[in-house]
Design a binder for this molecule. Structure first.
Ligand code: PEP
Ligand code: MN
Length: 360
């Protein structure tokens, strides 16, 4: 991916002043539904109409998409509105049909990105077509798998690439349907700054009231655009009803977003920022020193445990620390989620230090 400068080329076909907006129903249901939503989205800031034609459902027995007939509806919607179109492809046969029906952008779903064999088959099927491909993150939080899929398309000569962040599956109950884990797309963005990054707030949220906030977070983190599920009658959608919004709501969300600049040349901004950043640097230095001290103390405990032949992991003590730190963290305005992940990482490192002592 040496020449990743090419990546943002396809984005320049769209209005660069505004984040790219891809919108449309989770699934194409009927010709009438697709045409109606396309006309309603036409003047909403939307550039690309999305609709799932083949739906990968986690469990059988749910609506699995209308199939190839839906591609004709997308084609008609494009002819009537001028919107570009996009749909999910999961097999080389889907690719062939989507190409026949002139779909502009193909996206790779989260359940496909996890499988390098299928991704390779799709890359082979797309070779030489000049299509734009957007790769959703894999369902599991694995950055390499995501990068690997992008590399397979890139190696097949598909340079108009982008990625879609749709969150990662969660086992525990959470306010999100899929955990955003912002650090993963941020790491991807740092590695490939010219790879367009698109946020899918709909599949992260799973519910429509969280979409506006997620979009603002995306903009604050320099995302290039959004893919939002929008339906003419969300409550009666055949799939993902709870997370879809009407075109009116979508327009409201989009118009209320605060578009941020990447920087500002004002000297007052730069000198204040410089000062605050130097404070942060000093604090970060202290955090590292304290962590070093904590680990040295953990090693002393390790020696003591070794001498008395006591196990490294002491669950009762660990739960006490965690409970206490969550309360302390709250006093400092730290979220419970943050304190837990911070102390899990510290605890893991402590155990590692103690284990090293045991090995000696
Ligand atoms: C979708 O976009 O409707 C979809 C099925 O998405 P994902 O692959 O992110 O689950
Ligand atoms: Mn969906």
């Amino acid at each position: 991916m040496e020449n990743n400068k090419a990546f943002k080329n396809w984005l320049s076909d769209f209005n660069q002043e505004q984040p790219l907006l891809i919108a449309g129903p989770c699934s194409a249901e009927t010709e009438d539904q697709v045409l109606k939503i396309a006309h309603q989205l036409k003047d909403s800031g939307t550039s690309v109409l999305r609709a799932g034609i083949w739906k990968p459902r986690t469990r059988p027995g749910n609506f699995e998409g209308v199939g190839a007939i839906g591609l004709k509806w997308l084609q008609k919607a494009k002819a009537e509105t001028g919107l570009k179109t996009t749909t999910e492809v999961a097999t080389p046969h889907h690719v062939e049909l989507a190409l026949e029906h002139d779909v502009d952008i193909l996206w790779i779903g989260a359940r496909t990105t996890v499988n390098p064999f299928i991704v390779q088959d799709l890359a082979n099927a797309l070779k030489g077509t000049g299509k734009t491909v957007l790769v959703k993150n894999p369902v599991n939080p694995d950055l390499s798998l995501w990068i690997g899929a992008v590399e397979r398309f890139y190696k097949a000569g598909i340079i108009d690439l982008g990625v879609i962040h749709r969150g990662f599956s969660i086992y525990e109950k959470s306010k999100y349907r899929n955990n955003p884990q912002w650090q993963i797309p941020i790491d991807l963005q740092n590695r490939f700054p010219d790879l367009p990054l698109i946020l899918d707030p709909s599949h992260i949220a799973g519910r429509r009231d969280l979409i506006a906030d997620l979009c603002q977070t995306g903009l604050d983190l320099n995302y290039d655009g959004f893919m939002v599920e929008s339906h003419i009658d969300p409550d009666n959608a055949w799939s993902d009803a709870a997370q879809q919004v009407t075109p009116e709501t979508l327009i409201q969300i989009y118009n209320h977003l605060k578009i941020r600049k990447t920087t500002d040349s004002a000297s007052e901004y730069n000198s204040s920022l410089h000062l605050l950043r130097s404070h942060i640097d000093v604090i970060d230095q202290k955090i590292i020193e304290l962590m070093g001290k904590r680990m040295k103390t953990a090693e002393e405990i390790g020696l003591l445990k070794q001498k008395h032949n006591v196990a490294v992991l002491q669950s009762k003590r660990w739960n006490e620390i965690l409970g206490k730190m969550i309360l302390e963290g709250k006093q400092e305005d730290l979220s419970e989620e943050f304190t837990i992940s911070l102390f899990k990482a510290i605890h893991q490192e402590s155990i590692q230090h103690q284990k090293n002592i045991f090995k000696k």
